[in-house]
Every structure is written in C-alpha cells, then in structure tokens.
Design a protein around this ligand. Sequence first.
Ligand code: PMV
Length: 320
Amino acid sequence: MLIKAQAPSNIALIKYMGKIEGTGNRPTNTSISYSLPHLVTEVCLSPSSSGVDEWAPLQNQGFVAPTLSEKGKSKFLNHFARLKDQWGVVGAFRIESANNFPSDCGLASSASSFAALTKATALLRYEMTGEETSVHELSMESRKGSGSSCRSFFEPWSLWENEGAEAVDLGYPNLLHAAVVISAGVKEVSSSQAHVRVTSSPQFEGRTERAHQRLRSLMGALQEGDWRRSFEICRDEFIDMHELFETSIPSFSYRTNESKDVTDACQHIWNFKGDGPIVTMDAGPNVHLLFRENQRDLADKMIDHFKKKHMVISSWRGFR
Ligand code: PMV
C-alpha cells in the first residue's frame, strides 16, 4: 500500500499572528491568503517495517527532500498520530515528504506540508475505514497541526475565521507570485514562538480590531478592483505584524536591511509609475510580490533586477 498526496502553500495578506491558548491553533484574528500552487509538498505513506511511525525524506524527481529538525519531525509525527486516533486508523507508517522548492531557502513550508500530510492521512482513513473526509474537516483538522495550513485547501483565495478556512471570491484568479529570497538561514525565532511572543508587545492591544478592519477594507478593495488600495492595506498589514515582533518583550526581528531595500524599491515603483505589485512579508526576511496578469512586463523587469542580488522564485519563471 502506498498513499500519495500533494498540497500547495499559501501567502497570507491579512496575517494569522496570535492564537487563543489551548484551542488547537484557533487564531486571535481572521486571516486571508492567496494560494501558491507552484510551491507544493508531496507526502507518501507506506507501512513501516520498524513497527512505529517514522519520517524520512522523500526521494522524488523535481522535489527537494527537507532536512527536518528533531522538533519539526516530532511536530509532524504528533499531527499524524492525532489524525490516526481521530479517524480510527491503526498501524505504523512511514511518512516520506518533500517540497518542489528548495527547502533551505527560507520559504515557510509548514502550510503545504501539514496540509499534504492531512490529505494523505484522509486517503489512508478512506482506504482503511471507507469513511470520506469533507474539505471542511480536512481544513479544520489540518489547522490543529499548523494554523496556516488550514487555508491550503482552497484556491485562489482562502478566508480563515475560526475552526477552518473557506473559499472566498475576490476576483484576480490568476495573480503572478514571486518571492525574493533574502535569506536561506534557519529562523532564530520560529513562527510558533512568534505567536506567543507578540502578545507581550504593547502594540498587540487593538491588533484584532486592526486586522479585522483591514480584512474588510481589503476584501472591498479587491472586489472593486482597487489594486492601489489593496497594495496599501497589505503593506500596512505586514508592517503591523513585523512591528509586533520588533516591540515584543524580548524583541526580535526578521526584517533585514536587504529586505528593506527590496520593499523600498517596490514603493519607489509605485511612487514613480502609480502602479506596482502587492508586497508582503511573512515571518521571515523574504519578500513576496503579487502581480496582476497584465503586469507581466513589469514583473519580468522587477525579477531581472532583484535576481542580480537574490534568488527569486516565481510562479511563471521558476527558480532564478
Ligand atoms: O501556521 P504557523 O503556526 O506556522 O503560523 C504562520 C503564520 C504566518 O505565516 C506568519 C502568517 C500567516 O497567516 O500565514
């Protein structure tokens, strides 16, 4: 028996940052993301000969096997054990996984990897019990492993309010995505720690209201096709999240001078042309850009510029 599943990553424009303690990753605010189908994790499940669940890197052409830390491995295995328990799956399995993007490039892969593991386990559940899993249940269960992964079951837009995410129509179904990779290093503060630390920031007060206000404004702006307003809301939002990091006690920062150079260059493009990409940053130093389809020339020029100094991963040109 061999079970295979794939799931995409996603990039949040209104961020999930802060969770309600003891609720299995229920967020303190609603978030919204765009699916990244070109950044995928594949998970294979097969019977384990050792008699216990184990994880190993997947050898698959076009995929890069990640090196998981002991902590990362046990988080993944614990999620699998919980799902097996929940869904009445018995037996010991070998979990193999890999990403179709370089795993050491500082791009968060927890959304795609937990979503792929949840999907694969649901297939295993079907194989063993004949029970099907609804997409709502997939999203809700995946959330318990990694919050942001619950948004990876819907595309292109995904809205996550409480238990699990749902699809939402905001137009722009074919945005072009590029990630300017500033650093490939392992983050000193993991996103799990960041969720806890941000609550110590004086700026955390009012964060839920600010995120909800921006969420409403962003949904309105995208639905009306107001790209500039969408850019401004997303910019304010990622800066808000990074300021929470930088003002928490003890403070920490993912932004570097190089990230700032890239975000400043994007702002210059907007100032100069009156148009440009949506710009956002996750819990890391890398900068994500989203372009409309009719901005392809601008997108190519900007990638050519940034790739003089950085690796750029894009949905239409691959890895540069
Ligand atoms: O799913 P986690 O616990 O790795 O949280 C990640 C949260 C951010 O990526 C920083 C923001 C988001 O909404 O994806």
